[in-house]
Design a protein around this ligand. Structure first.
Ligand code: EPZ
Length: 417
């Protein structure tokens, strides 16, 4: 069982190089199926979600070479439209292979997706949107079986701005003759990144970042080289770790605009934040004052993927903080683990009331999902004594070895395989 062993109480000082965003690299890897020419993605993170996506693509017939942070994808041999249950369960992102497989092979068979244990994670909005495009979808024995022979352009309105559904529909529409309009779509930076990538391949997509995306169908797409946007959630996680531990930490290769909601919150504490181009320097001293209220919202609101981490920070702040999780119905599971370290948190449905304590006390805790696991590491960095975070394979899904990064900043943290 892999675990992190942390001796808390040390400040953090140094620099963190942030690499490309997991939640951009994964849809871009799915979109690479849209061409039989070579795709090269640069600056990719060495994380298990990317490794699993490589396995899924190889199962479809892709030839992939991972060379450091470069991923070279040759999809000329893609001929299988079925994603095995084993891999689909492992990776939520397998669901947006639907769109690219339907565009490339006109058919797809994908098992119901897996991913983090943070809520129901339905796919009804994906299915409804694809059906609007004339795609035939049958649900057979835990599989979604689709056929896009009769796909047609349409004006689709999403019931809610789902990131995955927006990405699936963008990829499903690229070869559909005519103009497809996607309304009430997600505005996350990763959506804009997918648009730029598709257009670099020769697609005609516009509007990403707004709530209306327009896709003009084209005949084929060509290969390209591309560097995805930096990981705003990894960047936010390490910003919060510095705010909690004290010290001076500089993030390099970030887009400050992508985490403006977090920067705005941290600026209300005694942290000092300096922004210069693609760098953010945070200086933190002493115990922070609690943030009154944090509500997770769709982009550009406060990201749900930083909710667990800010909860860890509020657990040791001075005062009481109210955290409202508006996106996923069960993304408070980590509160139970934080309470094992002495946090004072009361959960009422989608509301968490966090009364800051002067000090957490080290103990043994369990990572239950990717971002919840990261928040337990942050709590361990400030807890008195030793904290053991178990089941860290959840964390490996979205963070390159946190022990390596945090040790380079002066933390006392070891990874036990
Ligand atoms: C993406 O997940 C991200 N994952 C998530 O990051 C992120 O938390 C989420 O967007 C929200 O920003 C990737 O990009 C790989 P959604 P996704 O569809 O696409 C409901 C991380 O930690 N919904 O925008 O699955 C859903 O239940 C992960 O990196 C439906 O009801 O999220 C949720 O309440 C976790 N029906 C809300 O919409 C649907 O058909 C947002 O989900 C689809 C979604």
């Amino acid at each position: 069982m892999k675990e992190y062993i942390i001796e808390g109480g040390l400040p953090l000082d140094g620099q963190v190089d942030v690499c490309a965003a997991k939640n951009s690299v994964l849809p871009l890897m799915a979109a690479s199926i849209l061409t039989d020419e070579i795709i090269v993605l640069h600056d990719c993170p060495d994380i298990s979600d990317v490794d699993n996506m490589i396995k899924i693509l190889e199962g479809l017939g892709s030839k992939i070479i991972k060379n450091g942070r470069d991923i070279v994808i040759d999809n000329s041999g893609v001929n299988n439209a079925q994603i095995p249950v084993s891999l689909a369960k492992e990776l939520r992102s397998s669901i947006f292979l639907l769109g690219s497989l339907l565009s490339r092979l006109k058919q797809a068979k994908v098992a119901y997706p897996g991913g983090c244990d943070i809520g129901l994670r339905p796919i009804d909005i994906h299915i409804a949107g694809l059906r609007e495009l004339g795609i035939d979808i049958q649900e057979q024995g835990g599989y979604i079986v689709c056929n896009s022979q009769n796909a047609r352009c349409a004006d689709v309105v999403l019931d809610l701005p789902s990131v995955g559904a927006t990405e699936n529909l963008m990829m499903s529409a690229v070869f559909v003759k005519g103009r497809t309009v996607i309304r009430n779509c997600a505005k996350e930076p990763e959506i804009y990144d997918l648009q730029r990538f598709l257009n670099a391949m020769g697609a005609k997509v516009k509007g990403a970042g707004s709530s209306v995306i327009v896709v003009e169908g084209t005949d084929r797409l060509h290969g390209t080289e591309y560097t995805p946007i930096p990981d705003r959630i990894v960047a936010g996680t390490y910003l919060i770790s510095a705010a909690m531990c004290g010290g001076n930490v500089e993030l390099v290769n970030v887009n400050p605009e992508h985490i403006s909601s977090l920067i705005s919150k941290l600026s209300k504490t005694t942290c000092k934040i300096y922004i210069k181009n693609d760098r953010i320097l945070i200086k933190s001293r002493g115990r922070q004052k609690s943030l009154d209220c944090i509500e997770t919202m769709y982009y550009p609101g406060f990201p749900t993927d930083l909710q667990s981490q800010i909860m860890a920070m509020q657990s040791v702040s001075k005062g009481t903080s109210v955290i409202v999780e508006n996106i996923f119905e069960t993304r408070f599971k980590t509160a139970g683990e934080l309470k094992k370290l002495g946090a004072d948190i009361t959960i009422k449905g989608r509301v968490a009331i966090v009364r800051g304590v002067r000090e957490l006390v080290g103990g043994e805790v369990l990572a239950t999902d990717l971002r919840g696991g990261a928040s337990l590491v942050l709590a361990g960095l400030v807890a008195k004594g030793q904290t053991i975070v178990k089941d860290i394979h959840h964390i490996d899904r979205g963070y390159e070895d946190m022990a390596k990064v945090l040790s380079s900043l002066g933390a006392n943290i070891r990874r036990i395989e």
